[in-house]
Structure formats: C-alpha cells, structure tokens
Design a protein around this ligand. Structure first.
Ligand code: SR1
Ligand code: MG
Length: 405
C-alpha cells in the first residue's frame, strides 16, 4: 500500500521540528538528545523527543491504517484532526485537565503535544498496583464541563449546529459501533477468549437481554448528538503525575481521536468499565482493599460529575425551560445510560478484538476468573441499567462478581 505523506521516524524528526516555527522555544531541533517511540495504543505512532537541555515534546502521527493490525485495516488519518480539534475545545474548557496541543499539522497528520513524560498512563499506574487519589473526581468534573460547555446547554445553538457538522467522525464511530456494541454479540471472526472462558463467552452470546441492551446502546450512541464527547475515555487515555498513595499532582486527558457529538454517558460508562477492570485485576492479585477502592471510583466520578453539572446548570444558556428539575432529569437519564455503556465497554474488552492490559497481563490461572467476573458484571448491568436511580447500584450489581466477599 502506498501513502502520500511521510511517516515520522528517528531519522526525520529533527528536520521536521526545524520546519515548525511553532515549536521554537519549546525544544531545540539542532540539539536533539533522544527520540523514543512510546506509542502503545491501537492506532498511532507516538514519539517522545528530548533536547540536550532536557526540554521535551510529544509528536503523535496518525497512520492511514490501524496500527493494531497493520495496513490490512485502512483507517482515515483525518482522525488526527478530530483529536486536535476536540483536545483544543476541551482544553479551552478545562485547561488543567487536558493536554495542550502546541500545533496540528494537517498535511502529515501530526499533533505536537506538550511533554507529559513526567506523567504515567493511569492504566499502567493502576496495573502497577499504584493508587493516585482524586483522579476520578477530576475526571467527573471534566466530563461535566464538556457536557455543558460543548452542548446547547452552554453554547449558542447555531454554533453547536456548526460544530456538529465540523466534528463528524464516521470512520472512528464505526469502529466503536462494531467493536463495542455489535461484535460482543455477533462475532465476525475477530473475537477471542481463553479456552477456560469459552463457556462464559457462549453464555454472553446467548443472552438475549444483553443483546437487546447492546441494540439500545448502539442506537443511542448513533443518534444522541448531545455534546462533543471524548469518545474513548478509558484509563489509558488519562495521564497522572505524582506519588502513589497521594493525591495526583496532575491529571491530563489525551487521545480523543474518537471525539464526536454523542451521548455524555458514553464517556462516563467508559470510565466505570475501566475502574471495574482495575477492580477485577486487584481481586485476582489478592489486593482486596485496592479492589474496593477501584470500584469506589465509580461513585467518586459520578458525584463530581453530578455536582459540576448542577453547578453549571445555574447559569447555562437557557434556564427557563431548562431549569433545575430538567437538570436533575438529565442526570437520571445519564446515570442509567452510563450503566448501559459500561456494560458494553466491559464485555467488549473481554471477548472483543481490542483487549486491556489490566486483564491480559494476568497469568492465565488468574485471567480466566477475572474475565469471567467481568462478563458476569457486564450482563448484570445490561439486565438492570433501566431505572438505575442511585450510583450505589453500580457497585451492588458488580461487587458480587468483581470483589471477594
Ligand atoms: C481498532 S481500534 C481498537 C480500539 O482502540 C481504541 O482505544 C478504541 O477503544 C478502539 O475501539
Ligand atoms: Mg486511544
């Protein structure tokens, strides 16, 4: 396959930086000391570049295919524009919680990002059994800021109409529609589980309640253009800085190439599912207290989301019809949808094509029970998401599976 733009590599990065005046003052392209490829996601190239004064920068480039599978799965590199655009909009709303885009290069699909190499990917920190406090709270307020600040609740309706048109992201949304909603129910040949989990996967496939829930989730994902959501807000899309056992010094959301105008609850559900993976892993490793802590993050994020959403509702765009009662009714709907989307996100990471290291790096004797517990949790949420009126119900539904009692 031929491509009409040059991919970044260690031999051409200095020259590239020299060609970008926007990076002057942030890094010296004539004194590059190190270049490391640090991309560990499913899609892109990511480089960390340091100069001789230890000043750094991140370069992220979209490939015209899915990195996870190679060039047999073509994918629009325009996703980099979606990411740059959404990061900039989210940064304007909550600069302390979103990575800064230094410059976006639409010809080579490159984002130059602030250097966060003193941070860890939160998933990696969790997988090292670390505990960074107050991250979940800050993520709840980030989701609320986006929910209001990019929607007709916080912006002029004409501007929102323009943004909905500008931020269409059908190729990436199709990945989600296939991998997250359809394929956990209908395997098209990309699914896999350990032999020990074959019966669990078969039970999921046979579960008509789960299938009906995934149909509803997919429909809502495809039709509810509420806000410019992140679209892939798992713990691998969050960086944290600071010592384990203390409040995080810094929390930064990144990697929003799946952003589009969609349901706010999709981002919350992604977080809740990933907290559940952390709990399943901790339980597998015998870390009982840490497992409970991981699951408690669901309430921490939700309460912060709710509090910030209600605070913003006092002064949002229209407070006549969209009054306090309306805000609370929205929260009721978002809560139950977050359970629904969490169910989808949990099942897809166990049976589907793109898995998570939380579970995958457990040795098979521990992995199979953790995967089984996660699937059972996904099915419990799918059977009970409607009318979920209290965030504590999330834990009540999944604790019997994810925690050792
Ligand atoms: C082909 S991309 C697979 C997955 O990686 C991303 O993180 C998204 O979750 C996507 O579904
Ligand atoms: Mg990603």
């Amino acid at each position: 396959m031929t491509h009409d733009y040059t991919f970044l590599d260690a031999d051409n990065i200095a020259e590239y930086l020299r060609s970008r005046p926007e990076v002057q003052g942030r890094i010296d392209p004539d004194r590059i000391a190190s270049i490391r490829e640090i991309g560990d996601g499913n899609l892109n190239l990511v480089f960390h570049v340091l100069d001789a004064d230890q000043r750094g920068i991140i370069l992220k480039q979209s490939l015209p295919y899915v990195r996870m599978t190679g060039d047999g799965w073509p994918m629009t590199p325009e996703r980099a524009a979606r990411e740059a655009n959404s990061l900039q909009e989210h940064f304007a709303l909550t600069p302390e919680l979103v990575v800064e885009v230094v410059v976006y290069d639409p010809e080579r699909y490159i984002l130059v990002l602030e250097d966060l190499s003193d941070h860890s990917v939160w998933r990696d920190a969790l997988n090292r059994s670390e505990q960074h406090f107050d991250v979940a709270r800050r993520l709840g307020s980030y989701v609320a800021a986006v929910a209001v600040g990019t929607s007709i609740l916080g912006r002029d309706r004409g501007e929102v109409a323009e943004r909905i048109a500008e931020t269409q992201n059908p190729e990436l949304c199709t990945i989600t529609e296939d991998l997250v909603f359809t394929e956990p129910v209908f395997d098209i040949g990309r699914n896999s589980v350990l032999p020990e989990n074959a019966a669990d996967a078969a039970a999921l496939t046979a579960d008509r309640v789960f299938a009906a829930a995934m149909a509803e989730a997919k429909w809502r994902f495809m039709t509810q253009a509420e806000a410019l959501i992140h679209g892939d807000l798992h713990t691998g899309s969050v960086m944290v800085r600071g010592a384990s056992g203390a409040s995080a010094e810094s929390v930064k959301v990144f990697d929003s190439e799946f952003a589009f105008y969609g349901p706010v609850a999709f981002d919350l559900g992604a977080l809740f599912a990933n907290y559940s993976f952390a709990a399943a892993r901790a339980t597998a490793l015998g870390e009982t207290e840490r497992a409970s802590w991981a699951l408690s993050l669901v309430s921490e994020t939700w309460q912060a989301f709710e509090q910030e959403f209600l605070r913003l509702s006092e002064n949002w765009h229209e407070t006549n019809l969209f009054n306090g009662d309306f805000a609370r009714a929205r929260l009721d709907r978002i809560r139950e949808e977050s359970f629904l989307f969490a169910s989808a996100k949990m099942a897809r990471r166990i049976v589907g094509a793109a898995k998570v290291r939380d579970i995958e790096t457990l040795e098979p004797g521990l992995r199979a029970p953790a995967a089984r517990a996660t699937l059972a949790s996904a099915r419990a949420l799918a059977a009970n998401w409607r009318g979920a009126s209290d965030i504590a119900q999330f834990s009540e539904l999944v604790s019997p599976h994810l925690l050792n009692s």
